[in-house]
Design a binder for this molecule. Structure first.
Ligand code: ATP
Ligand code: MG
Length: 253
């Protein structure tokens, strides 16, 4: 492949990725020979029906699971030869995760929850504090840092989990149905936060089954039965109703 210097570097590069789950006698092909590239600074939504392979895809991208076939390069580096400890360190440095259910520690304050990834990374206490406060400030929650999760609204809890995801300034922010547990007003503000982080340069990949959520992303990839059915990028300065094919990503198939 020839690299165009005007095009940002690939952060995610999946080559012929397959994932098979074995259930006794039955093999479930969750992903079939998927080729997929995400470049630095993109915001991509992964859509598709229930069971189409979205979460499987995100878990592989996040190195929470390993592919059965194919090759994965994260930030230009193959990950398949890394052991569990190396992968955990890589995730801690390079990837922020946001889940539908927030996954906050209930007995820890917002601040302590955001500090957690830095505790694992062995960061000094004073540095942790400072970075956690900065991250909470970025998500608009500096005035709630001493609250426990159950003293925060759903949208605020998701903002804390986003602060936790970005506190180590990751290369990549991954979110699986991040607004699945939120009402429509809160959903809007959480999605606007993702868009804002994307504008500031963050590479974002989010999974959703909701086209209204996907419309916040400039690129929408749709899965069906473990394969990519479509990959569309909104043309610049146009609205969601005006989309063009993302030719550079599959002209060579
Ligand atoms: N741990 C597992 N063991 C066996 N089969 C699995 C496992 N995880 C997923 N699958 C199967 O793989 C396929 C893809 O699942 P996946 O969770 O990726 O779907 P999804 O698109 O995220 O769906 P949803 O919108 O319901 O979350 C499904 O057929 C599912 O049943
Ligand atoms: Mg899923």
């Amino acid at each position: 492949m020839t690299e165009d210097p005007r095009v940002a570097a690939p952060i995610i590069e999946l080559r012929a990725i397959g994932k098979v789950y074995h259930m006794g006698e039955i093999a479930v092909h969750a992903l079939r020979s998927v080729d997929f590239i995400v470049r630095a600074g993109e915001m991509v939504a992964i859509m598709g029906a229930s069971g189409s392979g979205k979460s499987t895809m995100l878990n592989l991208i996040g190195t929470l699971d390993r592919p059965s076939d194919g090759e994965y390069l994260l930030d230009g580096e193959p990950v398949q030869n890394l052991d569990e400890f190396e992968l955990a360190a890589l995730r801690n440095r390079k990837i922020g995760f946001v889940f539908q259910s927030f996954n906050l520690l209930p007995r820890d304050s917002a601040l302590e929850n955001v500090e957690l990834p830095m505790v694992y990374a062995g960061e000094r206490r004073s540095t942790r504090r400072k970075k956690a406060i900065t991250a909470l400030d970025r998500v608009g929650l500096a005035d709630r840092m001493d609250h426990l999760p159950n003293q925060l609204s759903g949208g605020q809890q998701q903002r804390v989990s986003i602060a936790r995801a970005i506190v180590n300034e990751p290369l990549l922010l991954l979110a699986d149905e991040p607004t699945g547990a939120l009402d429509s007003t809160t959903t809007k503000s959480v999605m606007e936060l993702f868009v804002e982080l994307h504008r500031q340069g963050m590479t974002v990949v989010l999974v959703t089954h909701d086209p209204n959520i996907a419309a916040y992303a400039e690129r929408v990839v749709t899965f069906k039965d473990g394969v990519i059915l479509s990959d569309e990028t909104k043309t610049k300065d146009s609205d969601a109703s005006n989309r063009s094919h993302h030719a550079s990503h599959h002209s060579d198939h």
